[in-house]
Design a protein around this ligand. Structure first.
Ligand code: NAD
Length: 479
């Protein structure tokens, strides 16, 4: 049994109450570690440590901060296998995916923001005949970073890297469902000698640890990635203490496929955009709108490709591993039931899957394709966040845009067409923070990332993140 501990002021600690929570390997349905069930006292201790560390860290030279972040990145790189196995065991995702995407991207996040802080410009504005304005960008102080379970280390570093790079000290809370790689990262921080209190990680529940970070008047900003209802709560709480807040929330992303697309490329990418990470990526396309001219062709080809997907032990050559938890598996299965009640036909999948051997108690669901639902029904309006997609035929570009924009979400959209004018036209009219044309999940870390409507508030990525984690001060000098 692995014992995960908090990392506060450079020390590894149990929760003050000594209470723990069980952490489950979802592909085997077995407890494999415990984590501290921390409370507000532990959070206070972490905030105190971060406060004490702030002045020195904020005044450190760019080169020194660069060196620290790079040292963390390099040590994760050196321990790639260890991190990959840990991520897969904790989350249920295939090891190849953790190796191809999660851990390399966590390393890139650290490297990218180490370099970004060195290149982050400030502005000056000449006021003719009177003088000169210049803009200072100062770190905020102690900031809170709260992250979800679907891409655990990837999203944890997406928050802490820019926060630290900008000169803030951090109190972070990884998801209690997938705390393991954040714990391994704190081990790395201790080994490379990151100054005590610069990064503090407190494990435990959102309702205790997360809520205490959010409520503290000493925490100057919250960067949160997670569900829309949690984001709504956090936004309300942050208003009470006038914190800056960045929210990256849920999605119900449209994948719009026109008759004139490159069919083979679209098909292969649509399989990925539907089912990568068991459909548990906020950017997965969950509503597939297909123009009527190729609807039947697409449906047949897509279903036969889905039939070939292997689901099973994430340590083996499978396409899909397990769902992250039993609770989440039940939620997805309930949505599949609801789809039937709402008049949908299950074209393939639709059930829990049992796997032989060590994974017999794991939480697996067949990749599922549903058709025959109205775009306005509950299943097509709410986020399922699993290996479930719906197919919806459409006639015209206008119909597709109207249906795509019909949910409260606005995170990402994919458009498949070989007509350049159409690609631009549709991209302009879709209400989402990110649009991919003839591609999916191509991420350049310099680009703004975030959602419209109930998919979020603010943008992260590149200098957007650096701006979020700093406060602007304008100075005017009279001639
Ligand atoms: P969640 O909202 O349940 O939890 C996210 C984090 O918030 C966890 O660390 C949790 O412990 C914490 N938390 C829970 N309640 C809290 C509270 N009251 N106060 C403070 N913190 C609290 O989300 P999840 O189930 O872990 O993740 C899945 C969701 O995340 C999906 O909706 C998905 O779309 C979204 N997501 C969004 C993005 C994005 O970039 N927009 C990326 C990944 C995931």
């Amino acid at each position: 049994m692995i014992t995960i501990q908090n990392y506060i002021n450079g020390q590894f600690l149990d929760s003050g109450s000594k209470k723990t929570l069980e952490n489950i390997n979802p592909s085997q349905g077995k407890v494999f570690s415990t984590i501290p069930d921390s409370d507000s006292t532990d959070v206070e201790q972490a905030i105190h440590a971060a406060n004490n560390a702030f002045l020195d860290w904020s005044l450190l030279s760019f080169e020194k901060r660069f060196d620290y972040l790079l040292a963390i990145a390099h040590m994760i790189e050196a321990r790639m296998d260890n991190f990959v196995q840990a991520e897969s065991m904790d989350n249920g995702k295939p090891t190849w995916l953790a190796k191809q995407a999660d851990i390399p991207r966590a390393i890139s996040n650290l490297k990218f923001f180490a370099a970004a802080q060195m290149n982050f410009p400030s502005e000056s504005h000449h006021t003719p005949g009177q003088g000169l304005n210049y803009t200072l960008r100062k770190p905020l102080g102690v900031v809170g970073c709260i992250s979800p379970w679907n891409l655990p280390l990837y999203l944890f570093t997406w928050k802490i890297a820019p926060a630290l790079a900008a000169g803030n000290t951090v109190v972070a809370k990884p998801s209690e469902v997938t705390p393991y790689t954040a714990y391994l990262l704190t081990k790395v921080c201790a080994e490379i000698g990151l100054p005590a209190g610069v990064l503090n990680v407190v494990h435990g529940l959102g309702s205790t640890v997360g809520a205490s970070i959010v409520a503290s008047p000493k925490v100057k900003a919250i960067a949160f990635t997670g569900g829309t209802s949690t984001g709504r709560y956090i936004n309300g709480e942050c208003a009470k203490t006038f914190k800056k807040v960045s929210l990256e929330l849920g999605g119900k992303n449209p994948n719009i496929i026109f008759n004139d697309c490159n069919f083979d490329e679209m098909l292969a990418t649509t399989i990925r955009s539907s089912f990568t990470n068991q459909g548990q990526i906020c950017l997965c396309g969950s509503r597939i709108f297909v123009q009527k001219g190729i609807y039947e062709q697409f449906k047949n080809a897509f279903v036969s490709k889905v039939r070939e997907l292997k689901v099973g032990d994430p340590r083996t050559e499978v396409n899909l591993g397990s769902i992250v938890s039993e609770v989440h598996m039940e939620k997805i299965l309930n949505y599949i039931d609801l789809a039937k009640k709402e008049g949908g036909s299950i074209l393939i999948g639709g059930n829990r899957l049992s796997i032989e051997g060590e994974c017999k108690d794991g939480f697996f669901i067949q990749p599922t394709v549903i058709e025959g639902l109205s775009h306005l029904c509950q299943v097509n309006q709410e986020e399922i966040f699993g290996p479930v997609v719906t197919l919806i035929p459409f006639d015209t570009e206008e119909d597709a845009i109207e249906m795509a924009n019909s949910t409260p979400y606005g995170l990402a959209c994919t458009i498949w067409t070989d007509t350049i004018q159409r690609a631009h036209r549709v991209a302009e009219k879709i209400d989402s923070g990110i649009v991919w044309v003839n591609s999916w999940m191509v991420r350049d870390l310099r680009t703004p990332f975030g959602g419209m409507k109930e998919s979020g508030v603010g943008r992260e990525g590149g200098f957007e993140a650096m701006r979020f984690f700093t406060e602007t001060k304008n100075v005017f000098i009279k001639y």
